[in-house]
Write a protein that binds this ligand. Structure first.
Ligand SMILES: [Mn+2]
Length: 432
């Protein structure tokens, strides 16, 4: 027999890929692991009659001559069937979208980096010109949205978005999709979130707003990551951490969510023995108290949390400056010649003001062009330190409506950063 299976803790992309495989390979028996995600479980229980899924216990592994593996490329993540990898003459067909090489040696494969695995399979289904049922289209789109964060994760490719358009044409139902993709957020999670909000504190580290919350948890609670995500959004901080301790079990779970690239959750959690992505991470710590975990986090946040790209990497230097006794006429000439809209005014190495094109509106009458720039320059000057992040510079510029910030270290101006420098950074167009 031929079977199709996927990874344990099956998510929607994995389930969608299993069902898609039964369309591409009509002989294949769909087998999903016992351990599946809670929202996938509720989808499966409602659609049981239509999905025709087999229980892994009902399959005689000796009978399997061909296995189709979807959305995973590692035997360790496949429940029960990993032992058939030793079957002689076993045909292995692999469909996987993960960038990391695994230990499955397929006979045939479609392996390509893509936002969702289902996108690869939709490519084949479209070639075959099969019509999907609205339920199939809905399931496929749910998987696609889940794995691409509604097409917003950086891993999402154009082909994912085209596949989404195709599935909508095939009558995927967004209301049904929404009700299954909604985070597993119930009474328990709501109570935890409310409790966290009552003790919420905001801290600042290197210009970033951060909240760290400690809470005792009784028994097992799922979906704490969803709670931390919502907590961060409600507090509107750059990063939030939940330290959840199950004292009777003597362990602590730390979950972090970040919205800025200067605070990398994966790196922070890695230092605590866990892991994750830049935006999300977690760590499980045994026999430590939550206070110690908090202290450890604070140390990590204060310590070497340097922005990955710093102002000093983007700024222009040397900086054109002028002394405060320069005439406005001369200043106008320098601005024009250098093609700048503003220039720092420096006396004896000390930044005393900023003269910009705007300041010339204040000059009435030609003879006043002979006046020194100190009569017209703005003396309320915003500056930034070289170790700050481009995001912090951009925020200052937006808040105070300025187009440039002098970069100052130990009272000395060492460079200047402009709006266009930060733009180049955000669009990843910086020269190497
Ligand atoms: Mn996937």
């Amino acid at each position: 027999m031929q079977i199709v299976t996927t990874h344990k803790n099956t998510d929607f992309d994995a389930l969608a890929s299993v069902i898609a495989a039964t369309i591409i390979y009509p002989e294949a028996v769909a087998v999903i692991p016992k351990a599946i995600n809670p929202n996938v479980k509720s989808f499966v229980s409602i659609h049981k009659d239509i999905l025709k899924l087999s229980d892994p216990d009902d399959i005689q592994t000796d009978d399997i001559h061909s296995i189709i593996i979807v959305d995973v490329n590692n035997w360790n993540r496949i429940e029960r069937f990993s032992k058939i990898s030793r079957n002689e003459n076993l045909e292995i067909i692999l469909w996987d979208h993960h960038p990391i090489e695994g230990n499955i040696q397929p006979t045939w494969k479609c392996q390509e980096e893509m936002g969702a695995n289902i996108t690869l399979m939709i490519r084949k289904i479209r070639e075959m010109a099969v019509r999907l049922t609205p339920i199939q289209a809905t399931l496929f789109l749910t998987g696609l949205y889940e794995d691409t964060g509604n097409l917003m994760f950086p891993s999402c490719k154009a082909e994912d978005a085209f596949a989404a358009g195709y599935l909508l044409e095939q009558k995927a139902d967004l209301t049904v999709l929404g009700s299954f993709l909604r985070p597993a957020y119930g009474e328990k999670q709501k109570n935890i979130l409310f409790e966290m909000l009552q003790n919420a504190e905001r801290l600042r580290f290197n210009g970033y707003s951060v909240s760290i919350n400690k809470l005792d948890i009784q028994g097992h609670v799922d979906s704490l990551a969803v709670v931390v995500r919502m907590y961060r959004e409600i507090l509107n901080v750059d990063a939030a951490f939940g330290i959840f301790s199950a004292r009777e079990q003597g362990r602590c779970i730390v979950i972090g969510r970040s919205n800025v690239d200067g605070l990398n959750m994966g790196m922070i959690m890695n230092s605590m023995g866990g892991g994750g992505h830049p935006g999300a991470g977690s760590a499980m710590l045994k026999s430590v108290n939550p206070e110690a975990v908090e202290a450890m986090l604070i140390e990590l946040l204060q310590g070497n949390q340097q922005a990955s790209v710093q102002i000093s990497d983007l700024m222009s230097f040397p900086v054109v400056t002028m002394p405060s006794d320069t005439s406005m006429e001369e200043a106008a000439h320098i601005l024009r010649e250098k093609g700048c809209t503003g220039i720092p005014v420096v006396d004896d190495g000390k930044l005393v003001g900023m003269i910009s094109r705007r300041d010339f509106h204040k000059v009435k009458g030609a003879n006043r062009l002979k006046s020194p720039v100190k009569a017209f320059m703005s003396t309320h000057i915003l500056t930034i330190e070289p170790g700050k992040s481009p995001m912090q510079a951009a925020r200052l510029m937006v808040k105070h409506d300025v187009g440039r910030l002098p970069v100052v270290q130990d009272d000395v101006i060492i460079g200047i950063i402009t709006r266009s420098d930060t733009m180049l950074y955000f669009y990843d167009m910086l020269p190497d």
